[in-house]
Design a protein around this ligand. Structure first.
Ligand code: AHR
Length: 639
């Protein structure tokens, strides 16, 4: 031990103070975050946070698209008719088979034939659908049922349609349609439940009481939908999306745009108009799409949530390494994309605008961004450069104002925007947060069209939410360059067999849904963002601490986001310079967990949710301790 005199002690403390300042520690030893409130350094993209969607993990079928009947159009397959079962009550005798010789429309020459040899009002024969892991039924609710059918003789009589409990075998709601005719016709009825217990342990049953042959197709059952749209979307999921305040919707994929084979791509022309005219198609995620969620339904979805569409057009590449050569071979595909753009944006007196008007939407949709393909770096033939150029020239000639997105680097044209995808672990995202800081601002803008911290299954855990939040601070800081960003995948049905890709933002079964911690992190970030990035510096930054600062001048609000991804608390000295007057009370929104494994599930949907409180005695220089494993937003009010 050695002793210091008064002079020695002063010199020693001065030395410590200087070292602390040099290494960024404030007077109290905490790292110092300086925010130059009056110094905006970049514009925040008003479209930064949006949604990416495709048919994966039963996102639409058995997910957002509200129809409760599975395989309503009886697509062929090894277990045909998949999800349908024969019902023979009492002494009824019947059989069923797919019939490729007849159907209700030119595009659907295919149906299910029920051959009833023996039936009576007490010995009914029929068919039963198991739904998407059950048919959800709620008390005092009206369901719209419809089906196409014809009989070989008028004596077959009417079809009765019921939501039937698995436990009791009794109908919870049922209705009888008018007697069948011998020509294809659509029948529609409503089913109303009484004061029943909410449950998904039900089936849909269609029965007849007389012998004869009956052909069925397009059997459908809709619960109430979001904004009561016909052929619409599930309410709880739309409400969850609305809470994210998304600025855009990227659709229809993803791999779903491309399909495994060219013949299995998303052919938009086969997804519009009456449902009975849509042929349906296999999806690359190994199940069949009814195409009930067609091009116009995607656009309605945008309209309902006030999002702008980011339309991906098929660009001549499908995932089994099939491509169309640029040049004459590609021409019809390019024309198809031009037709699609006219369908979306053309007035009702254009050819395809008129089709849209006939389909129910006379007003054109606003469109700014078009993506040419998806992840075309997978195309080993190297044809993307030529394909991109051909689409680029054709689209720019007709629609010079459209911003065209490339999915892989190209040389022959300069894309307006490049779509970057990142699927990473949390520690990889922590190390990646400076990636865009030094990127050339003179080149194309960036669309982070797919990103996610992949930790946790089926949905991300809190460790993933920390990775996501750290990455979002980096994207906000660089949102002069990053015009849009969207997490992927958005949805998963959590039933066994429902998920093809794990770590998905929102989980659900037939009845309920929940947001993951990552979902809540996104709700927090997109609801609290300014219009300008503010100059700031963090001296003596602790490990695994990330932040961003944006300001909304018009509202006089400054948003400081701090992600403490470490297991220990971190105190910061926060200095607001050039602030004028800072209100004493600031709002704090905090999402926190005790461990990185903590998560939300269907059974504990709100275990990890944001909590709002206030911070008192805020001034232009104050200290705040950010708790371990926490995502924080401080909303300062500045005059
Ligand atoms: O989001 C899941 C898949 O990941 C997308 O379909 C594809 O674009 C990417 O490879």
């Amino acid at each position: 031990m050695f002793k210091l005199g008064i002079f020695g002690k002063s010199v020693f403390f001065l030395f410590l103070f200087t070292m602390a300042r040099m290494y960024g520690q404030g007077p109290q030893g905490a790292p110092e975050l300086t925010i130059a409130v009056d110094k905006p350094i970049a514009r925040v993209s008003p479209t930064l946070y949006g949604l990416m969607t495709e048919e994966i993990n039963y996102s639409y079928e058995g997910g957002l698209y509200a129809d409760l009947v599975r395989n309503r159009a009886f697509h062929p397959g090894w277990d045909e008719p998949a999800h349908w079962f024969l019902m023979q009550y009492g002494n009824a005798q019947a059989s069923m088979a797919l019939d490729p010789s007849t159907g209700p429309s030119a595009n659907r020459r295919f149906s299910l034939r029920l051959n009833v040899e023996k039936a009576s009002p007490t010995d009914l024969a029929g068919i039963e659908n198991e739904g998407y892991w059950g048919i959800p039924a709620r008390a005092n609710t009206t369901y719209k049922a419809s089906f196409y059918a014809k009989a070989d003789t008028a004596s077959v009589g009417p079809v009765t349609i019921s939501i039937t409990s698995d436990d009791t075998g009794k109908p919870l709601a049922s209705a009888t349609a008018p007697a069948l005719g011998t020509e294809w016709k659509q029948y529609s009825v409503t089913l109303k439940t009484g004061d029943i217990k909410t449950s998904a342990a039900n089936h849909l049953v269609l029965t007849i009481a007389n012998p004869g042959k009956v052909w069925f197709d397009m059997i459908s059952l809709f619960p109430p939908t979001y904004k009561n749209r016909e052929n619409g979307n599930r309410v709880d999921l739309m409400e969850k999306l609305a809470a994210m305040k998304p600025a855009f919707l990227r659709f229809p994929g993803g791999n779903y745009l491309e399909g495994d084979h060219i013949s299995e791509r998303f052919e938009w022309k086969k997804t519009i108009g009456p449902l009975v005219d849509r042929p349906t198609h296999p999806s690359p995620w190994h199940y069949h799409s009814s195409d009930g969620m067609g091009l116009l339904e995607f656009l309605y979805w945008c309209e309902d949530l006030h999002m702008q569409p980011v339309l991906a057009v098929y660009a001549g590449y499908s995932m089994a390494q099939e491509h169309v050569n640029p040049g004459a071979d590609l021409e019809p595909y390019v024309q198809d994309a031009l037709d699609e753009l006219e369908y979306v944006t053309g007035s009702a007196d254009t050819k395809w605008g008129a089709v849209r008007a006939q389909n129910g939407h006379p007003e054109p949709f606003a469109l700014n961004y078009v993506e040419i393909g998806n992840e075309d770096w997978f195309d080993k033939s190297g044809s993307y450069d030529g394909r991109y150029a051909q689409y680029y020239d054709a689209i720019k000639t007709k629609y010079p104002e459209l911003q065209l997105i490339a999915t892989a680097p190209v040389q022959s044209r300069t894309p307006d925007v490049i779509d970057d995808h990142y699927y990473k672990r949390a520690d990889e995202f922590f190390a990646f947060t400076n990636h865009y800081d030094k990127v050339d601002r003179k080149g194309p803008k960036v669309f982070v069209g797919e990103w996610a911290t992949r930790e946790g299954t089926p949905t991300p855990n809190f460790g993933a939410a920390l990775g996501d939040a750290a990455w979002m601070t980096a994207m906000e800081r660089n949102s002069d360059l990053i015009v849009m960003a969207s997490y992927a995948p958005l949805f998963t049905n959590v039933n066994p067999g429902g998920m093809q890709w794990d770590t998905d933002l929102i989980g659900y079964d037939a009845l309920n849904s929940y947001g993951s911690p990552s979902y809540y992190a996104q709700v927090m970030f997109s609801n609290h963002i300014g219009s300008e990035v503010i100059e700031s510096s963090l001296a003596g930054a602790p490990t695994r601490l990330f932040y961003s600062v944006t300001r909304d001048v018009a509202r006089g609000v400054l948003f400081l986001k701090v992600v403490n991804a470490s297991s220990i608390p971190h105190e910061l000295n926060i200095k607001l310079t050039g602030a004028g007057q800072v209100e004493k009370n600031a709002k704090l929104i905090r999402l926190a967990a005790l461990t990185t494994a903590e998560t939300n599930t269907l059974w504990e949907p709100t275990k990890v949710v944001p909590v709002e409180s206030s911070i008192a005695n805020v001034s232009d220089s104050f200290r705040y301790t950010f708790s371990p494993y926490s995502i924080n937003i401080i909303e300062f009010h500045i005059r």
